[in-house]
Design a protein around this ligand. Structure first.
Ligand SMILES: [Zn+2]
Length: 258
């Protein structure tokens, strides 16, 4: 699943490839996208110039020169491909945007869970997102306040995009391991110094990521994620997996006792 660094990487590539270009034709190749992108809206994209591409959390915001915003979210397996004129779109092409220079921007997505929608000028998408990991507004005091009324454990709380934007299942587990915080610890019980350690750990794991896709990175560079039964890289104890809020959590029962 693409996490924040992968989405940032995708946004940078996309910006370089399409900024300043005009969409000549837009076409959907999977019915899952048609609900949010009905034929009239899709047709209205023809002639729109792409002014910029930015990211907020894991949302990709393609700003059109007419003021509208085309928002993309990769979910599980989405990715962009830029095809030269004459190149065939791949099997899992879900949306194809033909550009004025003949190239085609393709949303490729084997699971077909990625989303695309268009927001009118003056009404950008309401994303309801917390600060990004790199944002100075992400402080121990901020997290204390956000966690104060939460009864649940820290790991699912970290996945709440309204608290921190862009942190996903992989990096939440990695950051907790790095900060030596047990995934089942109550979010509201964490002291200011431990929250400071957690924020530092989040910034370290996000900053260390290269933006390559996980399938290419392999598990070798991750400390706990997808390493059930393998030795903790810090203390040698076998990594455990539990399920929290429907998602797998990997952790070291020795290093992350508290
Ligand atoms: Zn350990």
């Amino acid at each position: 699943m693409p996490e924040l660094p992968e989405v940032e990487h995708a946004v940078r590539l996309l910006r370089r490839a399409v900024r300043g270009r005009t969409i000549a034709h837009a076409e959907l190749r999977h019915p899952s996208l048609a609900r949010r992108l009905p034929p009239a809206v899709l047709a209205s994209l023809a002639g729109a110039r792409i002014a910029d591409v930015t990211r907020r959390g894991k949302h990709q915001l393609i700003a059109l020169a007419d003021g509208r915003t085309l928002r993309a979210h990769f979910r599980m397996t989405g990715d962009w491909l830029v095809l030269r004129a004459g190149e065939e779109p791949p099997r899992f092409a879900r949306a194809v945007f033909e550009l004025d220079d003949g190239r085609r921007l393709v949303l490729e997505d084997s699971r077909a869970l990625a989303t695309l929608d268009v927001h009118p000028a003056g009404a950008p998408p309401a994303l309801d997102l917390g600060p990004e990991p790199a944002d100075p507004a992400l402080t121990p005091e901020y997290l204390r306040a956000r966690f104060a009324r939460r009864r649940g454990p820290i790991k699912p709380a970290l996945l709440d995009q309204r608290v921190i934007a862009g942190l996903g299942n992989i990096y939440a587990a990695e950051a907790l391991w790095r900060a030596r915080i047990g995934p089942r610890v109550r979010a509201s019980s964490l002291s200011r110094p431990r929250l400071a350690a957690l924020i530092a750990a989040i910034r370290a794991v996000i900053g260390r990521a290269t933006g390559a896709r996980y399938t290419e990175i392999g598990a070798a560079r991750l400390a706990v994620y997808d390493r059930e039964g393998l030795k903790c890289r810090r203390c040698g104890t076998p990594i455990r997996r539990i399920v929290q809020a429907g998602r797998s959590t990997y952790y070291c029962p020795a290093c992350q006792r508290r």
